[in-house]
Ligand binder design. Structure first.
Ligand code: ZN
Length: 93
C-alpha cells in the first residue's frame, strides 16, 4: 500500500485546509503505571482470575494509520487509512 508524502487537508487549529506532512504511525513505549494497566492488573488478581474472557473471533489484519503534521502550526493528528489489510503502509517518495 502506497501513500503520498504530503497532503492538503483540514487543520483544526488553523481552522482551514493547510499542507500536511505524512509520517508512518509508530506506537510509543508502554507505561506500566497508566490507570488502564493498573485496573487490569487489579482485576486479574485473586481467586477469580480471568475476568475478560477470550475473543471469539480473532481479527486477522490491522487498519493502517499515519501521522499528519500541519506545516504552519505543527499540530500532529492521526488518520486511519482504508479498511483492514495485511499489507504494510509505505510512504511514496
Ligand atoms: Zn495548523
Amino acid at each position: 500500500m502506497n501513500f503520498v508524502r504530503e497532503i492538503n487537508t483540514y487543520c483544526s487549529k488553523c481552522n482551514k485546509h493547510t499542507p500536511h506532512t505524512v509520517k508512518l504511525y509508530s506506537k510509543g513505549p508502554m507505561s506500566g503505571l497508566k490507570i488502564g494497566n493498573r485496573r487490569a492488573v487489579r482485576k486479574r488478581t485473586g481467586y477469580i482470575g480471568k475476568v475478560k474472557g477470550k475473543a471469539a473471533v480473532k481479527k486477522l489484519a490491522k487498519r493502517q494509520k499515519v501521522m499528519l503534521s500541519c506545516k504552519q502550526c505543527k499540530l500532529v493528528t492521526e488518520r486511519v487509512i482504508g479498511s483492514r489489510t495485511k499489507k504494510k503502509l509505505e510512504i511514496k517518495s
